[in-house]
Ligand binder design. Sequence first.
Ligand SMILES: O=c1[nH]cnc2cc3nc(NCCN4CCOCC4)[nH]c3cc12
Ligand SMILES: [Zn+2]
Length: 390
Amino acid sequence: MLQFDLLATDASSHARRGQLTLNHGVVQTPIFMPVGTYGTVKGVMPRSLEEMGAQIILGNTFHLWMRPGLDVMASFGGLHAFEQWHKPILTDSGGFQVWSLGDMRKITEEGVHFASPVNGDKLFMSPEVSMQIQTALNSDIVMQLDECTPYETKGHITTEDEARRSMEMSIRWAKRSQNEFARLNNPNALFGIVQGGMFEHLRQESLEQLVALDFPGYAVGGVSVGEPKEDMRRIMAHTPHRLPAHKPRYLMGVGTPEDLVEGVASGVDMFDCVMPTRNARNGTVFTRYGDLKVRNARHKQDHQPLDTSCSCHACAGVSGISWDKGGRAGFSRAYLHHLDRCGEMLGPMLTTIHNLHYYLNLMQEVRDALEHNRFSAFRQQFATDRSRGI
Ligand SMILES: O=c1[nH]cnc2cc3nc(NCCN4CCOCC4)[nH]c3cc12
Ligand SMILES: [Zn+2]
C-alpha cells in the first residue's frame, strides 16, 4: 500500500513538501534514507536512528540474499523483525550490485547469471527472482529489477545506441517485475526506475513508457555511476519534475548535501547515499560551514565540537544543546582527532552519528522551509554557509 499527499509546493522551483503513507508508517518528504546494506546502518543502533529522525532506511536485496539468505529472512517474516527496525524499509532490486560484479556476471534478456562473491555458487537474478526476494524481505518499497546503464566501461563511454538498448530492456524488466509482484500478491509498493543514460530524449522515452505502466512511485536511476557532476546535474534537472506530480520521486545513490538541496529544487522527494556513513568511517565530517577531516592536526587542541550549530549526541551530548547556544556537553574536535589517531572504534561511531544527523537535519530544515514558503531563501543561505569553510 502507498499513499502520497502533496502538502506544499514552492513557487520558484520544482520543490515540494509531501507525506508518504506506507505499510510500516508515515514518512515526511523530502527525505534522506540511511543505507543499511547488510541489515544494519553500520555502527548505529535502530533506537539512535529513530532519535536522530530517520523515518525510512534502505536494505539491499542482493547482499541479504547472499547472507543470511532467504530462509532466514522468511523465518523472521522479513527484514523488520530481523534487524529490529519497525518503520518503513526500501529495498533496492539487487541489479546495481550484480552489475558491480563486473566480469563475474553474464547479462541475458532472461536475467543475470553470476558467481556468488561469497562462496562462488552459480546464481541467477531475474525480475521474477528479485520480486520473490523482496517479497520475503517484506520491504515497504520494492524496486523493479533494471539494468543500471553504466556511464563508461573500461574507458569506453556508453553510446546513445547502447543506452537505448539498455533502457529498453529495463522497460521490459519493469513489466516482468510488475507481473511477478502482482502474482505474488505483494501488499507493498513497487517503483519503476527511469534509465536512458546521459541522453535527455532517452530519459523522456523511458519515463513515458514507465508512466504508462502506472507504478505508485518512480526512481531516477543510472546516475551517480562515475559520470561527470555536470551530467548528473543535467539529468537531475531534466527528469524528476517530468514524472507524475502526485507520485513520489526517488533519485538513487545521490549525493552530497548540495546535491540533496538542488535535487529537492528539481522535484525530488527521496534520496539515499552511502556518503554520510562511508565518509564518517574515514573521518570526513559534514558541517553547516563546510567539510572537516578529524585527522587534520589543526584539531589537536580544538575544544569546539565538530559543528558548533549541531545538536547531535556527538556535538551536544545528551543535552542536545548546541555549542553556539551555550551547550558544552558534546565531544570536542580534539577528542575526535585523538580517537582517530588511536584507531579507537568510538571515533567512527561518533562521526557516523553526526553525519547521519547532519543529513537528516538538513532535510528537516528543507521541510520547514517549504512549509513556511521560504525554500528559495533557505537554498541561498545554505550554499553561502557551506562555502564559508571552517
Ligand atoms: O540505476 C540504478 N538502478 C538500481 N539501483 C541503483 C543504485 C545506485 N546507486 C548509485 N550510486 C551510488 C554509488 N555508490 C557510490 C559509493 O559507493 C557505493 C555505491 N547509482 C545507482 C543507480 C541505480
Ligand atoms: Zn553533530
